[in-house]
Write a protein that binds this ligand. Sequence first.
Ligand code: NDP
Length: 451
Amino acid sequence: MPTDDIPDLDAFLDGVRQRNSGEEEFVQAVGEVAADVLPFIADHAQYRQAQILRRMTEPDRVISFRVCWEDDNGDIQVERGWRVQNNNAIGPYKGGLRFSGNVTQSVLKFLAFEQTFKNALTGLPMGGGKGGSNFDPKSRSAAEIMRFCQSFMTELYRHIGPDVDVPAGDIGVGSREIGYLFGQYKRISGRWEGALTGKALAYGGSRLRTEATGFGVVHFLREMLENAGEELEGKTAIVSGSGNVALHAARKLIACGVKVLTLSDSDGFVHDPDGIDEEKLDWVMTLKLDRRGRISEYADEFGGAEYHAGKAPWHVACDLALPCATQNELDEDGARALLDNGVMAVVEGANMPSTRAASDRFRKAGILFGPAKAANAGGVAVSGLEITQNAQRMFWERDKLDDMLTALMKDIHDKCRADGEGEDGRVDYVRGANIAGFRKVADAMLDFGVM
Ligand code: NDP
């Protein structure tokens, strides 16, 4: 007899924990989704009987491989590479590659799981995947990074392709690394095809892709504020990180009349009470993207700004907070400080930047809280549009893409609202994103039967 008992959350997570021993980030990400989806499937027998949630928590496959390369001293280095192909029910796997010393299989499985829901929310035909390596490009020369990327792609190429799996960048993988990876894919496969996104314009990239995640986060934030009868103009914001997402989110905030007070990196944060304006941000862009410098240098350059080594910015009073660096960077203490200082909205630019305890606090406090899988989906959405442009051998103009991104983020906001609005009119965006993303993938899986 088939069973359609609904396990409680603890029992469900015990099973996930046992099957994925030691993979704490993955268990955390599943727990956050299951907390909303289990009550939902209690009223939807079709998903329950087909064990859809249980099936979604098992990646389609996890590919792990050796990456061997020679450093500038002629020494042989050995790293590990992965591609997690989580779910391709609604389209080819899609999700970035992360190169960082703290990459583990658990981190990539959590990211691929989250990506599945995020990609579903965009409305575009993209499944969820993620990959990367524990290789840390930070202390490496350009020649070493090139050799590593070529070695990495020499294995990865057999698992990807425009109709199979389309990786992109993420932490540690920017346009330089995408160039090396795409060049090697093209060389080995003998084909020019859109097997990667985040490419430079010269060889098939999309306009606006670089800016899309950060800009999209601010579009989502504006929608949340407007839905609550508020507006961006005149607010103060703290932003963490100083990478692709953080800097473009800051750029859009400034353009919308918001005073941006902070930026950070993994060594500490800078607080500029006068606000980081366009000119200062241009300087940071050159510092981080061209010179690969540290954010501490900002305080030496601009009088009035203070650098706080080894700290995150959450204790700085603000109306809006945008964690845009990395997972679990915003803990319960940070959440408490933000709430005590009267924060009005928190919107996640990074993937899972809030710990479970922090996100529970925001939801309980009833502030506007935009979860990553909805708020930072603008990047992958424009990646989806890059795939379409490559398939058509077309380049679309920036204005057209900007309009599409704005409309996509509004649509994602509205989907979250439709599934997350309570009787009092308040929107729980976390619940809305989890349920809307789940339903889209689940309905496709139901149509395929048992597999
Ligand atoms: P980048 O590599 O461009 O920037 C990452 C930033 O985060 C850097 O400033 C880095 O500082 C900082 N950082 C990294 N680790 C830590 C840490 N442990 N504590 C504090 N700061 C840290 O990456 P992206 O901007 O592309 O990505 C940032 C986040 O956004 C990630 O979670 C990513 O998955 C997510 N994201 C990115 C998308 C994209 O389009 N790029 C799309 C959707 C999500 P340092 O220089 O010191 O390492």
